[in-house]
Design a protein around this ligand. Sequence first.
Ligand code: FAD
Length: 485
Amino acid sequence: DSALVWFRRDLRHTDHAALYHALKNARRVWCVFVLDTDILDALPRHDRRVAFILDSLRELDAALARLAPGSGLIVRHGSARTELPRLAAELGVQAVYANHDDEPDALARDAQVRGKLSGLGAALFTSKDHVIFERHEVLTGNGTPYGVFTPYKNAWLKKLEPFYVKPYPVAPYAAHLAAIPEKIAPLWPERVPTLPEIGFEPVTDLKVPTGMSGAEQLLDDFLARMDRYDEQRDFPAVKGPSYLSTHLRFGTVSIRHLASLAWARMKEGSEGARVWLSELIWRDFYHQILHHHPHVVGGAYKREYDRIKWAKGKEAEAHFQAWCEGRTGYPLVDAAMRQLNQTGYMHNRLRMVVASFLIKDLGIDWRRGEAYFAEKLLDFDLSANNGGWQWAASSGCDAQPYFRIFNPTSQSEKFDPQARFIRRYVPELAPLPDAALHAPWLARPADLAAADDFVLGRDYPQPIVQHDVARAETLARYAVVKAPD
Ligand code: FAD
């Protein structure tokens, strides 16, 4: 009756399903995190997410040691497919507990680990932890998964009961956390390695506070403005959203805790809380879409959209590079891409704007944008990112028709009216008057000259495409969707 808890995207020691089940069922419990080279080897050597993980592991290790002296986190570095069964054998445990990870690669990895463990006479038990409802929990009356958000959300809210947001108590069973045996020598001087010790460059520009304490700090801050979320969330220059996405991604905060806070305030009549809870429901929605429709990885959710022929060749390549680097000549698009490159975060409104711009102004395959976000976003999550990109491409779960195309200039005027966000990330435009900042190519030459002798095309790019022309091309490109097979 000894067990191992395998931490993955759930880096906390409170309200943790797998840890709770292990501690309740076994008398000696150890905890492990595998720095999985199957994932890490594919990442660039400068990666803020790896820094986030290591910092968060340090806090988790210390927290476990505080719960039960001598215990803590065992950290391994290698392929989880071999490291995990090896450690289970070294410790001689009968069971391994983990929380569900429903991404296709993770499911394949878990199946392999389960097989190897069973060869050792040990079982792998997994539980729901990362979302409120998953897999087959919210289905239509016919027993099929939902493909449209609003009816899904209504069914989700109808199913919600206090039981589903109740925390898993861990502290009462903490005595079952066992000391790490001498033979399990740490691989590094401190139990959790530094970035260079696992082959990554040091990171000095991580702006998100890490670990459970970082999540708590962001949450405290957000609770003070949650009631205004509905009014403020769409303006990138305003501190409107929670900035908790990276913490939700890595599980340094419990989704049950967040959902119960929002639910309670919603019931007291807070419109902000209602809208924020709805965002958390989007997260569950895309999670179940990925589970039921794994073809969305690499393919359109609505399969007829795979017929579209995307722009290719030298010009498309140059456009893609300009988009990545934030030099398209559309200030809001450029500011957003520079925010992503500099911080690893991008405001939700801007994710929609830049995704629409790449797909419907530049005619570039949404999968290329999806991949660029996957590399850069601190909060990168396969299901939410894919869902967001397919939404922008109109190939996903969306009731809007594809011919509703965002106009990047009017989005800018509407959501960054004083161009405060643009000025922050595109400082070369800062001297221009507000009105000229949304579309500098339309500004009067006298206004430009009056602004420190600003020259468009020298100090900031001319727009790389014309929106009206691009819009017409997109409508033509998308026409194949309506054609019969
Ligand atoms: P808040 O506004 O405070 O929202 C709270 C939480 O709700 C978020 O942290 C997130 O977990 C969840 N959430 C909010 N909106 C969505 C949504 N549309 N879909 C799913 N979950 C949502 N979110 C990611 O977590 N990872 C991604 O890789 C990701 N890629 C995206 C790509 C595109 C093209 C688009 C349009 C959206 C993407 N989103 C992604 C959703 C959303 O933009 C971010 O979750 C949000 O901006 C994170 O900031 P926040 O924590 O301050 O959000």
